[in-house]
Design a protein around this ligand. Structure first.
Ligand code: VGL
Ligand code: ZN
Length: 203
């Protein structure tokens, strides 16, 4: 598979935050979360039409936290806390826009599209055709983001080795299931090296 029209291709880095890594074991550590930084940085080195990032940004009493309404997750990515920071070494200076989400106590937003429905229209107005999605967690926020964008009509690629996932049985979220559903929707999984090869072939 070759990505064409690089001037119509966006990179979207999802929730590449300490709270989803081994650095915050009491939050939602995704195995291999820290290790995806070099691959994301290699993608960030390419010349994209836009580079967007989402950032989980919860109040301390967010409804998804243990003891709150939905009781699904340990407290994670609390506003202004270490867990909410981007992963160390991540070239976040390359982000054009950071889209915070999950900041309303009573509403969760896994995807940028859930919190910011105008994002799709913004991409359409810029004549974007392809979105490469990477980050954490591959089967949760990356998956829901990719799904929504695919349903909105974009070609969507998940950068496999620039993402890491985790099964969360309490929330009914499984890696295998997400991948199957994504592939059924026509979402492609490509490794960073293949994405870069495709880029170099056209530059
Ligand atoms: C996420 C669970 C709760 C994610 C965010 O970024 O994948 N997962 N909040
Ligand atoms: Zn969250």
């Amino acid at each position: 598979m070759r990505i064409t029209n690089w001037d119509r291709t966006v990179l979207l880095v999802v929730d590449a935050q300490c709270g989803f890594s081994e650095l915050c074991p009491q939050e939602l550590p995704v195995p291999g979360g820290l290790a995806i930084v070099p691959a994301i940085n290699r993608l960030l080195d390419l010349n994209w039409a836009r580079v967007d990032a989402s950032q989980d940004w919860h109040p301390p009493d967010h409804c998804s936290f243990y003891g709150q309404r939905d009781n699904l997750y340990p407290p994670h990515c609390v506003q202004e806390s270490r867990g909410a920071e981007f992963l160390p070494g991540l070239r976040s200076d390359r982000f054009h826009t950071i889209w915070r989400k999950g900041f309303l106590r009573d509403r969760d937003a896994y995807a940028i599209t859930a919190q910011h429905p105008e994002y799709v229209g913004l991409l359409q107005a810029a004549h974007i055709e392809n979105v490469v999605v990477c980050g954490l967690a591959k089967n949760i926020c990356v998956f829901y983001t990719a799904r929504d964008l695919r349903k909105a009509g974009f070609h969507v690629i998940i950068a496999d080795d620039a993402s890491a996932g985790i099964d969360v049985p309490a929330a009914g979220l499984y890696q295998e299931q997400a991948r199957r559903e994504a592939e059924q929707l026509g979402i492609l999984y490509l490794n960073t090296a293949d994405i870069i090869a495709s880029y170099l072939a056209q530059h």
